[in-house]
Design a protein around this ligand. Sequence first.
Ligand SMILES: NC(=O)C1=CN([C@@H]2O[C@H](COP(=O)(O)OP(=O)(O)OC[C@H]3O[C@@H](n4cnc5c(N)ncnc54)[C@H](OP(=O)(O)O)[C@@H]3O)[C@@H](O)[C@H]2O)C=CC1
Ligand SMILES: O=C(CO)[C@H](O)[C@H](O)COP(=O)(O)O
Length: 466
Amino acid sequence: MKNDIGIFGLGVMGKSIALNISNHEYSISVYNREPELTKNFEDISSSKKVTCCYDIEQFVDSLEIPRKILLMVTAGEAVDKVIDTLIPYLSKGDIILDGGNSYFKDTIRRYDYLKNKGIDYLGVGISGGEQGALNGPSIMPSGDKLIYDKVKSVLEDIAAKADDGQPCCNYVGESGSGHYVKMVHNGIEYADIQIICEAYSFMKDGLKLTTEEIQKTFSDWNKGKLQSYLIKITSEILTKKDEFTDNYLIDMILDKAEQKGTGKWTAIEGFDLGTPIPTIVSAVEARYLSSKKDERMKASKILSMESIPQDYNKEEVLNALENAIYTAKICCYAQGFELLKDAAMLYHWNLDFGKIAMVWREGCIIRANFLNEIKEAFDSENDNNLILTKKFYGKIIQYYPDMRETLIKMIECGIYMPAFASALQYLDGYRAEITSANLLQAQRDYFGAHTYQRTDRQGTFHTIWE
Ligand SMILES: NC(=O)C1=CN([C@@H]2O[C@H](COP(=O)(O)OP(=O)(O)OC[C@H]3O[C@@H](n4cnc5c(N)ncnc54)[C@H](OP(=O)(O)O)[C@@H]3O)[C@@H](O)[C@H]2O)C=CC1
Ligand SMILES: O=C(CO)[C@H](O)[C@H](O)COP(=O)(O)O
């Protein structure tokens, strides 16, 4: 008897996905470059439907034809190496699925490379971290639809299920689009995380709340319109005590953020496509700034400034902050979907934003209650900016003043809040009928004869300014 599917790579994600698949009654074969992880997997997987392989040929031979092999390895060069290791053992019609955070242009290249060899390739964006992978991730598959149909049942079975029972797995589109959607998911993840961190900073350093008070605030917010995985884990993180000191663990963690690159790719795509995604860009930049800890320490002494002492009504400020976070979150998602809209045009993908929102409703890191509303918004207005949809523009108008008031207070307290500021500026800029770009165009024409268009007649104009 041959096995249904093979999993190559038994790191954090591969191990959990493999267990998830085998828990769904599929027979699996697993392989890892370092045999130690395969041995560990053998120890934890009691199921008889698991074949642990220590040899690539044995791994490939153990699979039902056409073979289906899910790669869960580090994105980048490793994926190419693994593909080249597998090729000599594969047959025409076999299917490789890449479940890592691969760069979408690499996925398109690998698809073409393997197509020439008669091997099918699906780029499968997966989100949910270790627990999601084990209990039900959000899955964003792409490639040939006919090939997807051959693996659809296993992907849908292992995916998270939304409240309506629908699997959080939907075919996204042509090659590369699934990894693109996953990349944008991560861009939104960066922005969402940054907004929460800035709110935390304001509560701690501006409002001088205790960790317990901040924890309770996040916990309360998670019962309302901000209900989401990231707000929930934030409230849980703030309960954790340090094992070495009497402090909360959060106060012992160095404030230097790391990143693996998906947020940066999203920001670069925004620049390349000319799509304004300032909150996502600001979140990437905030990570870079945070990592310059030594310089910040030095600057904090040289540029030391007193913040303006305030006597805020904390309850009112926290209510406004909740509305400000909600509005900023909508802006993050709106920016992500605007990038997807421009990418669909440029790369000729037929993206259904309602279906994408549906896939993000459960399982992934940005899962949130309001994704149900985002789904409904796009179901009826697929081409609209989220902030202009009937579902959301009223909320933005309602919460706009609270957002503005909150930002004023953050400025008074000297809080670093690039994500909040960029979200408000996104709204102010997007709704501006007239901007200052008329002056900008005049300056360009002045120094470089770059020409400009007029408001009252067609054509291109140049003025001798001096
Ligand atoms: N961790 C997370 O929360 C999430 C991760 N992802 C993505 O999933 C993928 C896997 O991540 P994760 O499980 O966290 O990573 P880990 O670091 O835990 O595991 C990496 C895996 O890749 C294998 N690998 C690395 N280089 C090679 C190579 N040259 N040849 C063969 N195998 C190699 C490792 O094998 P070995 O043991 O031999 O080194 C190991 O099995 C990545 O693309 C990641 O971005 C996606 C969503 C969430
Ligand atoms: O893909 C993920 C979740 O969806 C990973 O958790 C993500 O890679 C984390 O990114 P970074 O290390 O850059 O913060």
